[in-house]
Design a protein around this ligand. Structure first.
Ligand SMILES: C[S@@+](CC[C@H](N)C(=O)[O-])C[C@H]1O[C@@H](n2cnc3c(N)ncnc32)[C@H](O)[C@@H]1O
Length: 246
């Protein structure tokens, strides 16, 4: 089930979520980056810090996105309830060059989690490794790489996913985040959902998602996109039934 909220500010959707009294297994925060798209704001750090504090109160896992030089400044603001599990990098090499300098080819994503938040590296095993796991012969659990590689959806690349949102992430990147931190039926909250990538991945994988964005145009894009997304017939969790709840 995917719940798309009417257009509203991030603090209002957080308040809506809080009123349900539920915990989110995962919250994803992918704000404008304080450079280029979305403009800049002087209070960016305290703005993100406030959102982070609120999200951490009800989320087992939080993924926080941005360019590395900006994300680095958030590190001192991680609430004590959560630890930095991993600094993830999304690497893409197909960004057109628009400046005379370093051409952007990565974004960072901080994976924060509480001490007892479940992780599911077994969701990334191949058939051979799974068989070994079943037989008790897997000597160690090989986690996925912390550098996620996927091309930017631009031009002819990722045509079928493209919605026209200017900062849309590839579904394959969000799929890794969701698979690492959830099982079927778990709850994911994204209060700055943009084009609804979180919702598309959650719908395919059978997760529940609550999505918000302040821009009515992007909420419409999200609605139209999700209407055309169908649950995977063999979601990864169907294959890995035995792993659920471990
Ligand atoms: C980087 S984009 C998210 C892209 C998204 N992850 C995707 O794959 O499509 C950031 C989004 O945050 C939204 N946003 C910015 N400020 C907001 C605020 N104060 N409250 C709610 N949404 C906001 C913007 O409208 C924009 O769609």
């Amino acid at each position: 089930m995917i719940d798309i909220l009417s257009p509203m500010d991030v603090f209002d959707s957080i308040a809506e979520f809080e009123r349900t009294g539920k915990r989110a297994n995962v919250s994803i925060l992918d704000p404008w980056y304080n450079k280029g798209l979305g403009g800049t704001r002087d209070d960016y750090l305290s703005f993100i810090e406030e959102i982070l504090i609120r999200l951490c109160r009800f989320s087992d896992h939080v993924y926080l996105w941005g360019f590395p030089e900006i994300v680095a400044t958030f590190l001192p603001f991680i609430p004590k309830t959560h630890k930095l599990e991993c600094w993830l990098t999304w690497y893409y090499k197909n960004n057109p060059s628009v400046i005379r300098g370093w051409r952007s080819s990565q974004q960072a994503c901080l994976h924060l989690r509480t001490e007892d938040a479940a992780m599911y590296p077994q969701h990334f095993l191949n058939e051979v490794q799974l068989e070994k796991l079943r037989e008790g012969k897997l000597r160690y659990m090989p986690g996925p790489a912390s550098v996620l590689e996927a091309a930017l959806n631009i031009g002819f690349v990722g045509r079928s996913e493209q919605t026209g949102h200017p900062a849309q992430k590839p579904e394959s990147i969000y799929k890794s985040l969701i698979l690492m931190a959830t099982v079927e039926g778990n709850l994911v909250f994204d209060p700055m959902c943009g084009s609804g990538t979180t919702g598309a991945v959650c719908k395919r994988l059978g997760r529940v998602a609550v999505l918000g964005d302040m821009n009515p145009e992007y909420i419409e894009i999200t609605r139209a996109r999700l209407a055309k997304v169908y649950p995977d017939s063999t979601s990864v969790d169907d294959r890995f039934d035995f792993a659920i709840g471990q």
